[in-house]
Design a protein around this ligand. Structure first.
Ligand code: SDX
Length: 434
């Protein structure tokens, strides 16, 4: 970042002396007012619940232009990455800042492939859960439990340790997600197969069984690989901010990523894809397209508490570019699997059409986000609804660990500790007790 010629001046109506604050500019996007000296100079805090106008850090990984509906990973537009690269290319890019050349790609693929197995004790840890536990509860536990097994890569001040734990987390997430799924099905876990691609290996661990050979379906592999790319990183969203804040205390990477998994689970965030599919299935079972008008009335009635899941975004005030790519993937996968008449996809398209014409949505700039179509694609390729957010966590792990590493690589980083506006009781004495 570099210092702008502009300064920001804070003046007070009570005649106190105005104060100047430096303004910094990034490569692209909004400038920032550096208010780090505000409290020292005024004794006051800023107030910004939900961080609507707060830049919590400097980052070079991902940029979103919400008005244009643009998403860049290390400067590359998401649509170009989704059509010209695979998830391992994009993971290397997000971690290292550039796309890999052929030799780097081969080495990175091999490094990740040879870390996909988990410690055998984790299979016993898994058995402690109920079979009907939500996969995100299991995944939060399994990722946190990794801290109990990989003591040789938890020194966060050691860049080599940070690199090893990044590879371990990216490599083992598919194995852990597949383990959680197989456990819920009462089936044995399928071990990783090193001659398969990252995503092909995940598909096999999900759908193979020990009793017969399994051939990875290329349509499914390609669709999932694109879903991973579209979910890989997204600036300082709630779960990434959780990973940064948790990691800023100096805790180990496995604990910090487990915190990110826990945060992503919420229906306002990564849990929206599961909630969106449940919304579509409920609508489909209760009148389908004919009842969309009635449903939209509920959505617009604030007292109903009903939201159009998969719509709206804190940053995008235009179409989420990932939603466009996901809709395209939806069409390709449904056609390839002979499911183009999928009623849920038709219902989703009708909901989108109506919403994009409705003043309520237009005035509030509410467009489909990444979660609106991802559930339909995942359902079409056989992923159970309850696993959608775990798939999101699998993909977002590379973004979380890259952002965590970026924070720890800054020698000036500090533990995050926000302040507050206190509105509780003034000091008071405990009355004499009997
Ligand atoms: C993800 O941050 C990220 O980058 C997240 C993510 C990532 O990749 O990490 O992109 C992934 O989390 C995508 C978002 C998934 N969530 C949903 O689809 C759930 C439904 N959407 C919302 O709940 C909501 O839109 C949020 C949470 C996504 C954004 O909420 P904001 O920015 O706090 O906006 P808001 O709740 O203040 O809404 C502004 C207005 C309100 O109406 P008014 O009070 O102005 O009259 O829009 C309305 C809201 O009631 N509104 C909706 C709506 N979303 C917002 N009304 C109906 N349906 C919706 N979905």
């Amino acid at each position: 970042m570099h210092l702008s010629d502009k300064k920001a001046t804070l003046s007070f109506s009570d005649g106190s002396a105005p104060i100047d604050f430096p303004v910094y500019q990034g490569t692209v996007g909004p400038d920032v007012i550096d208010i780090r000296k505000l409290y020292g100079q005024t004794g006051m805090f800023t107030y910004d619940p939900g961080f609507m106008a707060t830049a919590a850090c400097e980052s070079a990984i991902t940029f979103i232009d919400g008005d244009k509906g643009q998403l860049l990973y290390r400067g590359y537009p998401i649509d170009q990455l989704a059509t010209n690269c695979d998830f391992m290319d994009v993971s290397y890019l997000i971690l290292n800042g550039d796309l890999p050349n052929a030799a780097q790609k081969t080495e990175f693929d091999s490094l990740v492939t040879h870390h996909t197995m988990v410690h055998e004790q984790l299979h016993f840890f898994l058995r402690g859960f109920r079979r009907d536990a939500h996969p995100m509860a299991v995944l939060t536990g399994l990722v946190g439990a990794m801290a109990a097994f990989y003591h040789d890569s938890t020194d966060i001040t050691n860049p080599r340790h940070r690199e090893v734990s990044a590879i371990r987390l990216i490599a083992k997430m598919p194995t852990l997600v597949a383990m959680a799924y197989k456990f819920s099905q009462g089936q044995p876990s399928i071990y990783p197969q090193n001659n398969l691609s990252y995503t092909g290996n995940f598909v096999r661990m999900m759908f193979a069984n020990p009793c017969e050979d399994y051939q990875v379906n290329e349509v499914v592999e390609r669709a999932l690989d694109r879903i991973f790319i579209l979910h890989a990183d997204h600036e300082q969203n709630a779960s990434t901010s959780t990973v940064r804040l948790c990691g800023s205390s100096g805790t180990n990477p496995f604990a910090a990523i487990a915190a990110g998994v826990a945060c992503l689970w919420g229906p306002a965030h990564g849990g929206a894809n599961e909630a969106c599919l449940q919304m579509l299935e409920h609508l489909q079972a209760n009148g389908g397209v004919e009842k969309v008008g009635e449903f939209m009335q509920q959505v617009k009635d604030k007292t109903s508490g009903v939201r159009l899941m998969g719509f709206g975004h804190r940053v995008y005030k235009n179409y989420d570019p990932r939603a466009k790519l996901m809709q395209q993937t939806c069409k390709e996968v449904l056609a390839a699997l002979g499911l183009e008449k999928d009623p849920l996809f038709k219902l989703a398209m009708e909901l989108e059409r109506i919403a994009l014409e409705d003043p309520y949505f237009v005035e509030r700039k509410l467009y489909p986000n990444v979660d609106f179509y991802s559930g339909i694609v995942q359902r079409a390729i056989g992923i159970p609804t309850s696993l959608f957010t775990a798939i999101f966590a699998l993909a977002r792990t590379v973004g979380w660990i890259a952002q965590w590493n970026e924070m720890l690589s800054d020698p000036d980083y500090k533990i995050g500790r926000p302040r507050q506006l206190y509105t509780g009781s003034a000091v008071r004495d405990v009355a004499k007790r009997r």
